[in-house]
Ligand binder design. Structure first.
Ligand code: ZN
Ligand code: ZN
Length: 644
């Protein structure tokens, strides 16, 4: 018998050679039907692979990232099986899972696939899935592996095998299809209930343009048809909400050839959004005891050597410029500048925690192929701050940072979020991770406790921490369910030491502080890109570049309209006036298109009563009221939105 330890700490005995699937069945048939793979001692395995010694077991379902990956990876094999049935002689490159589905690179011998052809492949996959064939793992020798693919005539697989070590090679077979693969896979093809092949593209073998171009076929699969339908709807909706399309229509930002790729120009509407976000961040941070600093956009080479950015991060930085015999770099991060400020403050333990905040502009070199609207850019303005604290203060500071996140989530109506908590690996201390075993364990424990206490949904990812401490990536879902990584928090116990940062402790001895890097609103670029999709361009009143449009019914009321407009602007309500010589119906329709939250229609009656007729975007007529009452309505709505 072997001992199987479950995530809740309970241990149960099972016969040697048992499988995750068998164990799941012993718990419940329902659970077993949902098991896609399993984590055995931290490694993702087939749920059908025999477990021969004591192990920690975590069953993976569709709800787990690794469960999805196993499903999608297995779907790539299923697609290959379908392709082989339809196009005998097809050769296969690699077929991995990706963020949303999977792909396989294939050599169809010059044949070009159309979208109709894909439909046939899809239908074949459905037919094969219904057979419910099991994915069978088999250890093979290098000789055997080479013999198989030589006979099949697949030079791509042969090239892959030539790089593998004998004794370390496995095949997987489902139905008639055999593939070279490390796995893991789902138990059988019957679990794949909904299939959609989404795209065809060209891809050079091994990403090298000197090699042959293969056909890359993308697809996605789900365990339920309903989930596929929802996904396709979401994609359709996302297209309408695309931040590049709406960003242009709503005149938020633009790019210019002469300025350069990845360097967004914020138009007046975008600048208003930026300023409102900064106002919110500054107020929130001031209330939380942060102090604001300002730092230049560049620094000498030497500072980035101290910080370790050079040479390790050099590829992501703009190349240096030379001045007076010195090299200067545009900053890719604000931390080193803030560390220098901390050093100047020369604090004692009584001054800690010190929280230095700045909406800092950074520059990062992204390859032109990687640039994407506001999501991947070369200049970014970051909602940055560094908190320097003692070890005793750490838990409280970290909790406060989390509370700040939760407050922002409420303000922006972000209902779904997950913190990805990346920790260290004991074996890699001193190599991948700074060699502070005690500090790692203690800090991770504190982070974990805070996450549990604050009831924040989180997943723990072993062995993905940063070099100098655990890392928390914040993933959020937009209103239509698309996932974005907005921000990263890092706990840092090494860099303060690299900079020689200390405070005087109670015994008047120098001690190194812990530094928390945090940026809850990420960068303006990515966050506004997210918000455009999240709100479909219908920004809430407080954030909308124009809050009110005054629409005079005719020229005759233009003076009164101007008076209303002036009064609102004096009350800090962003108001414009539509003085065009157009029918009021057209003015209303045009204002709707611009997604301006409030419209005030003014004519003879309104002028006589010193009133305005109010229409709310998307809601319609709200009746007539005095201008003062309208100001009150607007200010109260804004205050409600920001104090949640
Ligand atoms: Zn595989
Ligand atoms: Zn930082």
């Amino acid at each position: 018998m072997i001992n199987i330890k479950f995530p809740d700490g309970k241990v149960k005995q099972f016969p040697e050679g048992t499988t995750a699937l068998y164990i799941a069945k012993s718990i419940s048939e329902g659970l077993a039907r949902n098991v896609l793979a399993a984590k055995v001692n931290g490694e993702v395995w087939d749920a059908t692979r025999p477990i021969n010694k004591d192990a920690e077991l975590f069953l993976l379902t569709w709800d787990d990232k690794d469960g999805k990956a196993a499903m999608w990876h297995s779907s790539a094999h299923l697609m290959a099986e379908a392709l082989e049935a339809l196009y005998p002689g097809v050769k296969f490159g690699i077929g991995p899972p990706v963020d949303n589905g999977f792909y396989y690179d294939v050599d169809l011998g010059g044949q070009v696939l159309s979208m109709e052809d894909l439909k046939k492949v899809e239908d074949k996959m459905k037919e094969l899935a219904k057979q419910g064939n099991t994915y069978v793992r088999k250890d093979v020798s290098k000789n055997e592996a080479e013999k198989y693919f030589k006979e099949k005539g697949d030079e791509y697989k042969l090239e892959l095998i030539s790089e593998l070590q004998d004794g370390n090679i496995t095949f997987y077979q489902q139905g008639n299809f055999v593939d070279l693969c490390r796995g893991p896979h789902i138990p059988n093809t019957g679990l794949i209930k909904a299939i959609k092949l989404t795209n065809i593209a060209g891809a050079y073998w091994r990403g090298d343009e000197k090699n042959k171009q293969l056909t890359r076929i993308y697809g996605i699969t789900f365990p339920k048809q309903k989930e596929l339908d929802e996904y396709l709807n979401m994609l359709e909706e996302a297209k309408k909400r695309d931040h590049r399309k709406l960003g242009k229509e709503l005149e938020i930002y633009t790019f210019d050839e002469d300025v350069g790729p990845g360097l967004p120009l914020w138009l007046p509407n975008g600048a208003v959004i930026i300023e409102e976000l900064e106002k919110l961040a500054k107020k929130t941070e001031q209330e939380a005891g942060y102090k604001r600093v300002r730092t230049p956009h560049l620094a000498k080479e030497n500072m980035y050597k101290t910080s370790g950015h050079l040479p390790y991060y050099a590829e992501s930085m703009f190349p240096p410029m030379e001045m007076e015999g010195e090299k200067y770099y545009l900053k890719a991060m604000n931390c080193p500048h803030h560390h220098k400020i901390f050093a100047t403050l020369n604090p004692s333990y009584r001054d800690l925690p010190i929280r230095l905040a700045e909406y800092g502009t950074c520059y990062r070199y992204e390859q032109s192929g990687e640039l994407f609207g506001l999501m991947r850019v070369r200049s970014l303005q970051m909602n940055d701050a560094h908190i320097y604290c003692t070890r005793e203060q750490f838990a409280q500071e970290f909790r406060a940072v989390n509370d700040m996140y939760l407050k922002y989530f409420r303000i922006f109506g972000i209902d779904k979020y997950v913190m990805r908590f990346s920790t260290h690996s004991k074996e890699k201390l001193g190599k991948k991770y700074v060699n502070e075993p005690e500090l790692w364990l203690r800090t991770e424990e504190m982070v974990r406790n805070v996450l549990i206490e604050s009831k924040i949904p989180y997943v723990e990812v072993p062995d993905e921490g940063a070099f100098y401490g655990p890392k928390i990536d914040v993933q959020v879902w937009s209103a239509i369910g698309r996932e974005f990584t907005l921000a990263t928090n890092q706990v840092d116990f090494a860099v303060p030491a690299r900079f020689g940062l200390t405070f005087r402790n109670k015994d008047n001895n120098p001690e190194t502080p812990i530094c928390i890097h945090r940026a809850p609103l990420g960068t303006h670029e990515r966050f506004i890109g997210f918000l455009i999709e999240h709100y479909a361009g219908n920004f809430p009143l407080w954030l909308n570049p124009v809050q009110v449009a005054v629409l005079p019914i005719s020229d005759k009321y233009s003076d009164y309209a101007k008076k209303v407009c002036r009064m609102l602007n004096n009350c800090d309500i962003r108001t414009l006036i539509d003085e065009r010589n157009e029918k009021i119906g057209k003015k209303i329709r045009d204002t709707e298109v611009k997604k301006i939250p409030y419209m005030l229609v003014v004519g003879e009656k309104e002028e006589k009563d010193s009133a305005v007729s109010v229409r709310r975007h998307g809601e319609g007529d709200k009746g007539s009221m005095s201008t003062e009452s309208f100001v009150k309505l607007v200010t109260e709505e804004i205050s409600r939105a920001l104090n949640v």
